[in-house]
Design a binder for this molecule. Structure first.
Ligand code: ATP
Length: 233
């Protein structure tokens, strides 16, 4: 097992005077697909961003890495780009791969990685398109390419199928099957309960905090654990 587990202890989030999350304590086991569900405005995206370190919070978030820590892959909810931004798909991916300013020349190895990445996510031939000209589904696919370029064992996916057409959803499910097979730690927000039922290993019900957790069987039969945030086999 090379993926990390994540432990949250008494995590709370308050923004602009609003208590978004209150006292979340749970352990997200390595190599599993954990899905956050709950009503609109419940705090699911906020919890994801808190785990990513993007929001200031109270409490502790620990990651147990079996190896050297690496950046997490992140598919944000409905990514947007400025329509006049003079950055192409190719520039963007080079920036992701090199982690340096675009004024530096990309290496041959980085350039070689662009075409296979775009091919994998179904964006072959789009490398010279400006980011602002990509459709919603294409932006989502580019996010997958960016996330893939990190080769991370830890993935955060916020409503990853938003904007994807039938073909895009097929691509996503194949992609997810591969990530699961490789035993990555996957943390996802999803609203489609049919999807959640068949794919999740662990479901966390969020509504201003962690309300309950359980396997799909437990959650959909109403046998959720009120205070059982730790995943059990
Ligand atoms: N940067 C912010 N500053 C202040 N409040 C915020 C901020 N980001 C989110 N919120 C508020 O936090 C609450 C939870 O938002 P969040 O996006 O986490 O909900 P969600 O469960 O992901 O909702 P949805 O299912 O609609 O995507 C909302 O009331 C939202 O307005």
């Amino acid at each position: 097992m090379t993926a990390p587990s994540i432990k949250l202890q008494n995590v709370s989030l308050n923004m602009a005077g609003n208590q978004i999350l209150d006292d979340v304590t749970c352990t997200l086991e390595a190599g599993r697909l954990h899905v956050l569900i709950g009503p609109n405005g419940a705090g699911k995206t906020s919890l994801l961003k808190t785990m990513l370190g993007l929001f200031p919070h109270q409490g502790n978030i620990g990651r147990a890495w079996p190896g050297k820590p690496v950046p997490a892959a992140y598919i944000p909810q409905q990514p947007r780009f400025d329509t006049v931004l003079p950055v192409t798909v190719r520039d963007y991916l080079i920036g992701c791969l090199s982690n340096r300013s675009l004024i530096f020349k990309p290496t041959k190895q980085q350039l070689k990685m662009i075409a296979p990445l775009l091919e994998t996510v179904g964006l072959a031939g789009k490398e010279h398109l400006q980011l602002g000209k990509l459709s919603g589904g294409e932006r989502q696919r580019l996010m997958f390419a960016q996330a893939l370029s990190l080769n991370s064992p830890l993935w955060f996916l916020d409503e990853p199928t938003t904007g994807l057409d039938t073909q895009g959803i097929e691509f996503f499910t194949d992609f997810l099957a591969r990530l699961k097979e490789e035993q990555k730690t996957l943390i996802m927000v999803h609203h489609d309960m049919e999807f959640v039922k068949s794919w999740a290993d662990n479901i966390l019900i969020i509504d201003g905090g962690l309300k309950s957790a359980g396997t799909p069987d437990e959650v959909f039969s109403g046998r959720t654990r009120q205070e059982a945030p730790v995943w059990t086999h």
